[in-house]
Design a protein around this ligand. Sequence first.
Ligand code: LMR
Length: 399
Amino acid sequence: MKTFGHLDPYAGDPILSLNEAFQKDPRGDKINLSIGIYFDDAGRIPVLACVRDAEAQMLAESGPKSYLPIEGSAPMRSAVQQLLFGADHEAVTRGRIATLQTVGSSGGLKVGADFLKRWFPDSGVWVSDPTWDNHRAMFEGAGITVGTYPYYDAATGGLKFDAMLQALAALPRRSVVLLHACCHNPTGVDLTAAQWQQLVPVLRERELLPYLDLAYQGYGDGIEQDAQAVRELASAGLTFFIANSFSKSMSVYGERAGALSVVCDSREEADLVLGQMKATVRRNYSSPAIHAAGIVSRVLTEPALRAAWVGDVDAMRERIKAMRRSLHGVLSAKRPGRDFGYFLSQRGMFSYTGMTPQQVDRLRDEFGVYLVRSGRMCVAGLNTGNVERTAAAMAEVLG
Ligand code: LMR
């Protein structure tokens, strides 16, 4: 204990530790609605056929496994730009986007955070209240001050849009504003297309730097539709960051498949940004993973794999929506006086249940149903075999 005795014990991560606790729970009928992982109706993490086929191709070709360049695989970077912005978008064709393959979108967020600290040292980051637990930790870990802007309205289960706009309009110039491009984590509450349009002039007038997190593309309305916010900002001529992930949409969590893109004013600026991002990556982890790049670039660019992927994402999204309807139906029947409409209006993997930490603890201890203590539920962990039991337990705990 002499050398390291002064270290603080790690309290654990609120999401990942809970998932570990779930794995250790000996109860056979436990239900995992904690971590943001999509489970199929049989409660398994799916292995998508398009991913298996891409891997079979990679195995057949099996070349040497040299290092990727610092910025990652060129085919993957190009495919990511086309996925996010559309192949014909002027920002893509003019080469004014700097894109790097990263170690998941978390890796992208961190590289972007280090870059911001180095080149915008006076800028703070503003995150929605609430946001994904790790956002604050990640930006503070990079030495950046983190503040919040109003977002979730507990009274309605919806969005405090006017308060959000007002708060953003009052931020110091060049502040960084973290926005969830779709399927907000943890609340499931998104801006409408019209609200994104209303946001653009505020971002522009205050010279704010939007930083979009897109981890659930396809889980809201569809792969193309869920990129609308990205395209709206790019078409408005804004300069912004976007970290995107394939963990959920391709069900490849452990491959750490993600990217970071920075939309710039010109190709020259994008080259400068890419150069400094590369320096940041080299200082952190040198270069990203070759296997992730092989999967993502093949699935995105080979027409048959791409079509199969779109079908899989559509099916995952529709299954989650069906679970939302079932949960809403059973809860409404059991607690007729309460409005559970938010389960239907919130989108993507998560819903904010409004349950208190004490109620969440009761759910876990008495019924084996695991939610994050903030009251966040991963709806994608529900299935036809556990949704009624979950609803019954919630009705009991809600009283
Ligand atoms: C989640 O929010 O549960 C996921 O994004 C997994 C994670 O890393 O927290």
